[in-house]
Write a protein that binds this ligand. Sequence first.
Ligand SMILES: NC(=O)c1ccc[n+]([C@@H]2O[C@H](COP(=O)([O-])OP(=O)(O)OC[C@H]3O[C@@H](n4cnc5c(N)ncnc54)[C@H](OP(=O)(O)O)[C@@H]3O)[C@@H](O)[C@H]2O)c1
Length: 337
Amino acid sequence: MALESRENIRGYRMKAIVFSQYGSADELRLEEVSKPVPGDNEVLVKVHAASVNAADWRMMRADPFLVRLYAGLLRPKKIKTLGADIAGVVEKVGSNIKQFQVGDAVFGDVFASNFGGFAEYKCALENELALKPPNVSFEAASAVPLASMAALHALRDVGQIREGQSVLINGASGGVGTFAIQLAKYFGAEVTAVCSSKKVEQARSLGADHVIDYTQQDFIRRGTQYDLIIAVNGFHSIFDYRRALSPQGRYAMVGGGVGQLFQALLLGPWLSLTGGRKMLAVSSKPNQKDLLFLKELLEIGKINPVIDKRYPLNEVPDAIRYVEAGHASGKVVITVA
Ligand SMILES: NC(=O)c1ccc[n+]([C@@H]2O[C@H](COP(=O)([O-])OP(=O)(O)OC[C@H]3O[C@@H](n4cnc5c(N)ncnc54)[C@H](OP(=O)(O)O)[C@@H]3O)[C@@H](O)[C@H]2O)c1
């Protein structure tokens, strides 16, 4: 085959981690697939780095079951490749794109355009992206969007955080929790972080005023009440959390077990009817306005992603296994380009 036509074929193909049935990370395969072509409202990004979120293994396993209503009942029809957070360089733009041009370094959360970050290229919608701050690496930028936005929505929107409030973050050492500590400090709160012994120093270095090692002490039994509780990981019943809330306090359930989710969704509204305490589930939806706000905080060093491990694209299954085991310190990044 002539050199030129071989180059042409190469130009239309890319490597991606392909996801064709629900199950364990053993189902994921590195394959050569068609390179996506941007539509009029899309930007083609050459992915330099992506990061892993709990959303990836939840989608991979269809956990909770409701995931199937979104992605496909028997198999994942809508989503071919996992990976919500990306950072890379714009390679092509659709005819309606106003905010970006070829060569721009960008980052963002492509959850709404059906994931696809664990690949060499991804077509994203314009409003899923922001310009990457020049002083931040692709790896660090890819670690930010989904987890920091979930933390922001929990603290600011559901939690209605105010300066001087006491905030407890349960599950303070993973992707969402490490951003939650930094953002709660940014909003002027007094922060108590709950994590295991190995992560105590990390929580302090991110700004936590107090740290409770959950292997030594149960924060519920201490009898302290907080103005705001962010439940990111670990399990306590909603009634335990209610006892640890001050009379006008708010509880924002981000994640943890499925039981925790259903308690917040089904019992939270009832428990919020009487008295001043409010108990709500967080459903974080990515949006560009908040991405730009987080980008500014990243640029001026008010938030710094904690990166635990880096894996190459072909080792995405191992990266997902590691995150799914539930004890990552901050974020796990995939280096693509
Ligand atoms: N509601 C939303 O819109 C939304 C958005 C994003 C994420 N989420 C959910 O939020 C949850 C957390 O996400 P993530 O990205 O932070 O996950 P992650 O990075 O996998 O969380 C790992 C961290 O959880 C900590 N942890 C595990 N067991 C714990 C326990 N019993 N008590 C306290 N901490 C514990 C671990 O710390 P140790 O090693 O110290 O135990 C580890 O550092 C997931 O369930 C995810 O699905 C929800």
